[in-house]
Design a protein around this ligand. Sequence first.
Ligand code: SF4
Ligand code: SF4
Length: 372
Amino acid sequence: MTNSIPMPGKHIVIAKDALQTLFSTLQAANYTLVGPTVREEAIVYEEIGQMDDLPVGWTDEQGPGTYRLEEAGDGRYFNYVVGPHSWKKFLYPPKLTLFSAQQNGDGVEFTANKESPQYAFIGVRGCELAAIAIQDRIFLEGQVTDPHYKKRRERAFILAVNCTQPGETCFCVSMQTGPKVKNGFDLSLTELDESFLLEIGSELGGEMLADCDWRPAGSYELNQSRQLMLDAEMRMGRSLDTADLPEILLDNLDHPRWDEVAERCLSCMNCTLVCPTCFCSDVQDVSDLTGGKTERVRVWDSCFNPDFSHVHGGNLRPNIRARYRQWLTHKLASWEAQFGTLGCVGCGRCITWCPVGIDLTEEAAAIRGGQS
Ligand code: SF4
Ligand code: SF4
């Protein structure tokens, strides 16, 4: 074992408890650790302090409209499927005060939001890295950029995890986003039986391992990791045929399937709130009771909210059929013309957390199957 600084591209092995040393180094470098932890019978992303806060020995079972936390008792740290939270909760918070205005004598004093948290994201899956890359294009690469997202994104450290536990609602293989992480990380980790295999993705990633004991990975660990990825691919719960999908969906805007799904959909917005790529928002002015102070607040919104498409003179999408069709055709069709890729990374959250179990892979297949 050595504790020099490993270079980008290198694969190394650390003992499992050495992850705590990495956490301590990140904390000493002023990172706030955010990672998976068990809260209210689900594995969610929250601030964590140490390795023991990870969902060690826990896993989950998911299906359309169902999620159940289960005790696996296997001592593994990353043996779960993605839960209801995604990293957009930290990069693009559900509620963010943009600025406040305070009455001050005869004038008004404005204070802009200058928050600039420095997060280390622990346990980012391949599909989630792809979702962050999609939101980067939305918030950082258009004509108008989002300064709040930019500050958070530029300061974020990413410890990715190769996914060995796909769920019944996952289809990252179809979307080519997983189960192995590809790029965009500082470190990526594969959990082996007795150790962690780490790939160094950036110089910063290597530097954060300066206090860890490590050794170069051997062919045994590399082969074991490859096999775990192949097994995960084979156990993918769902698939989505994306060939010509944008054209097929946009050529079938009057397909009867839109009426059928509208009969089931509650327009509850869950699918858009759990989706790691959805980005619609509203801006509201909120005054205190004395009227002396006002805050301008940005909150997540959704194309399933009837108010979202209410414009002068009426509503552009007056019924659930129109709102579901907008959501699905944006994700799997018009997003491509807008941002260069589809807007779905195959994480399966919208299927698991839909209260009536609507499955976008089934809806897309039905329209493909019944196209004229
Ligand atoms: S549309 Fe559904 S499966 Fe696709 S990224 Fe969003 S939540 Fe995940
Ligand atoms: S598809 Fe499901 S989660 Fe989405 S709005 Fe309809 S009922 Fe809610």
